[in-house]
Each structure stands twice: as C-alpha cells, then as structure tokens.
Write a protein that binds this ligand. Structure first.
Ligand code: IMP
Length: 437
C-alpha cells in the first residue's frame, strides 16, 4: 500500500488541483504539509467548482479524512470563512472529516499587515511579490519561537503569555515601519472568539496518521506552491517561506520519511511564475513586456493566479530547472499538464542548460548575480498543428507531441506517469498509477 506525495515541480500553478482530486478519490487521508492560504487549488467535481486555499482537497469528497499538518501556517479567520463557503456548496465538514495539528502555528492579522507593509516599503528589485497573506511573517515567528499555535488557544493564561511574547517583537518592528502598536486586548479577544471554532478540529495529527499508516490506510500528501519556491532550494529570496520539496511531507505532519513511497511531480509543458525573481526562459520583448509567444501561452493557458488574480509570467519549458527539482524532491514520476496549450506552435523551444561567462551549466547556479547572467541554451523542436486537448491515449496524440513528451522525459531524467490533456478529470493518459507503483 503506497503513500503518495504530490509536489509542484516548477514555480507553482502546474495544475495540481485536478491530479490531487483524482488521487484523493482513491486515498483515505489527504494531508496538507506546508504553506498556507497563499495556495489556490481549483477543483471541478461533478460540474461544481470549488476554490480551496487552506483546506486540503479531500474535503470535497465524502468519507475521507482531511488533515492540516503542523508544517502549515494557518489563518483561523480565513479557515472559518472557507469552511462556511464550501458548506454552502453542500460539503460536510466535521471534526471526523477535518483535523488540524495542535502544533500548527497561526497566522495573525498582524502578519498580513507586516507582509504588505514590507512589500510596499521595498525598493525596486527587493520586492518579493508575495500574496500578502502573512505567510512569511508567520513562519518567521515559528522559527523565532514566538508563534501562537493551535493548542495555545485552549488556555487563556497561555494564550495571553504567548501574545505578550509575540508583541515584544512585533511592536518595535511596526514602529519602524510607521504602523501603530498592536491593540493587545483586542487581539486576545479576537483569538478567544475564534478558538471556539478552531479547537473542535485540533488533534495530535502525528499520532492519528501513524495509526492510519499502521492500519494500511492510503495517505495522500498534498503539496502547495512549487519546488522552485522552496525556501532552501528555490530562487531565494524570491521564494515562499516554507520547504515545498517532498521531504517536508514527513516533517510537516509528523510521520517518518520511510512512510513516503512515491513522489509525483506536477510539471506544466511550459513554464510560468507569479511574483518577482529570476525566470531564465521568460518570453519578453525588448521593452520587458510579454512577447507574442509569451502572450499566446498566457492567453491559451488562462494564466491568471487563483489567489491574487495576477497575470502569470510565461516562458518555454526549462528542462534544466525541472531536472533539478526532480532531484531535490526525489520525484519518481511526473504528471505533465497543459500540453494542449502548445498546440499550433510551429516551433517549440526547450531550455537544456545555461551559458554563464562562456561555460555551459546543466543547472541554475545559486548566486543571484550568476543567475542573472545565465542565458538559456535552447533546443528547437517541431510543433504540431493538431489538437491534443482531451486526448485519452497515446494514439490520440500527434507524433510530434509524443516526441516532445519523450524529449522532456529524457532531459529531466524522469518518466511521465500521467499526462493531463484538459481540466476534465477523465482527460488523462495513465502510464503508472502512483498508488500501485
Ligand atoms: P508568499 O508565499 O505569499 O510569501 O509569496 C512568496 C512568493 O511565492 C511570491 O512570488 C508568490 O507569488 C509565490 N507564491 C505563493 N503561493 C503561490 C502559489 O500557490 N502559486 C504560485 N506562486 C505562489
């Protein structure tokens, strides 16, 4: 019985929602292990569209246990609203179907304020382009040992002491940014009120998951963002504040690394990114605006963010970067998505490495100045004029599309386990079932 981790292998927005939904229909437990409500997962189930940010995708399917692990940072006010929204859509959520790890750090309103104030104050070139949801400041408080965690909501004295500790740090910081000091009593009142809504879901998730595992239940670990936004292995500092790579699945819920049997990387057939930071294959014109190919990818691929609505930057497939993320996440197979967006291009380009100061590199170097000087080395491939949308078998694909997929596999040194050919669940070509591998 396999447990599967799903991670984005680029900068997020690879189309994880559909695949996670398909896999979750066959899992017993679906666990989020990092990130927060900066994520946006769109699910289409029986014609109904669900937009989830904090809740694991499993909630929309009956009979599953959904888990928010300790690796997540949780905005309790957002969660309560999200639960209300999906309930209105007919989804049942109860402490039997949703558990939140007691050691999950909370995102407070002051974290969002700080996130946005810093972004506004940032000089050119230093803005991260965050989602403004307070993710970074909440993780800073976690490692700074001044978080308020879910379990702290259960005891008034502990809660007040935790708030005081956090404010010792935050008030001077806010003063420096020209924001008024926090209203301590109002914050404590807000927390005590929300505690009643959150505490019923609090549980020792590590224990529950270890028991489930021993009982032979299937666990699906649902990643958010993408490996190039990883705090250690991403394009730092233009990253999110959590570990996104697959190893985090174990730490983010409290289950050993041996519990992970299969890592599925979700990979878009081209590349997109939201927010600032390096993007070697970005398709720009001389004025720094999307060029004709970049615009075409964005329009055909509907490349607008689920969480912020921002237009995504678009570029050719970067095999060097995906080879890197396949390695750092231990990806066993990929799901290639949105191949149909490439339909109709006469020629396609794939980045196979970089040129830096006359040398050829097969990976993106870490130093920011070197990254900026890297120029992509492209391989050109013939495109196809036929439609690949909705293909359900290899026979439905034009020969050049198959060649493209095969070349991607060779270059990233990882096989295609699934090929997704439209947002519809059944428009998928299955090569390897991650749960059965
Ligand atoms: P933060 O996670 O809000 O701190 O934002 C840091 C960076 O991660 C920014 O470039 C965001 O655009 C990016 N980011 C955060 N969440 C997502 C996501 O779910 N998809 C794509 N990019 C994301």
């Amino acid at each position: 019985m396999a447990n599967v981790v799903v991670v984005g292998a680029q900068w997020g927005d690879e189309g994880k929602g559909k695949i996670v939904d398909w896999l979750s229909s066959r899992a017993d437990v679906i666990a989020r292990f990092q990130g927060g409500h900066n994520a946006g997962h769109t699910l289409v189930v029986d014609g109904k569209v669900y937009k989830l940010h904090a809740l694991p995708s499993g909630v929309v399917r009956g009979g599953k246990l959904s888990v928010i692990g300790n690796g997540v940072v949780l905005d309790p006010w957002h969660l309560v609203k999200e639960i209300a929204t999906v309930r209105e859509q007919g989804v049942t959520i109860s402490p039997e179907t949703l558990m939140i790890a007691e050691n999950t750090p909370l995102i407070l309103p002051i974290h969002g304020e700080l996130d946005r104030a810093r972004e506004e104050a940032a000089s050119k070139g230093t803005k991260i382009g965050t989602t403004g949801r307070g993710i970074g400041p909440a993780y800073e408080d976690k490692v700074g040992r001044r978080s308020i965690r879910v379990a702290d909501l259960a005891d008034d004295a502990t809660l007040e002491a935790r708030v005081d500790r956090a404010l010792q740090h935050h008030d001077p910081l806010r003063k420096g940014l020209g924001i008024e000091a926090v209203d301590r009593d109002a914050l404590i009142t807000q927390l005590k009120e929300i505690a009643q809504d959150i505490l019923p879901y609090a549980a020792p998730v590590w224990k529950v998951l270890n028991e489930k595992r021993k009982a032979g239940k299937r666990i699906l670990f649902e990643g958010a963002q993408g490996a190039l936004l990883d705090i250690d292995f991403g394009t730092y500092p233009f990253v999110t504040s959590s570990n996104v790579i697959a190893g985090q699945a174990a730490t983010g819920v409290g289950i050993g690394p041996g519990s992970i049997d299969y890592v599925l990387g979700i990979v878009k057939a081209y590349t997109t990114r939201v927010g600032e930071g390096p993007f070697p294959t970005e398709l720009l014109d001389a004025e720094g605006k999307p060029d004709a190919d970049g615009q075409r990818l964005g329009e055909r691929g509907h490349e607008f963010g689920t969480t912020t609505g921002r237009q995504r930057r678009c570029g050719w497939f970067d095999a060097a970067l995906v080879r890197q993320t396949c390695a750092t996440s231990g990806i066993k197979g990929i799901c290639l998505t949105k191949l149909d967006v490439l339909d109709g291009f006469e020629k396609l380009k794939i980045c196979v490495g970089y040129e830096l100061d006359g040398d050829r590199l097969d990976y993106l170097p870490t130093a920011a100045d070197q990254q900026a000087r890297c120029t992509p080395i492209y391989e050109e491939i013939d495109g196809w004029s036929e439609s690949t949308e909705g293909a359900r078998s290899w026979n439905d694909l034009p020969a050049n599309a198959i060649k493209y997929v095969r070349r991607v596999e060779e270059l990233i040194e990882c096989p295609v386990a699934l090929l997704s050919t439209s947002p519809e669940r059944d428009d998928t070509i299955l090569v390897t079932d991650p749960f059965e591998d």
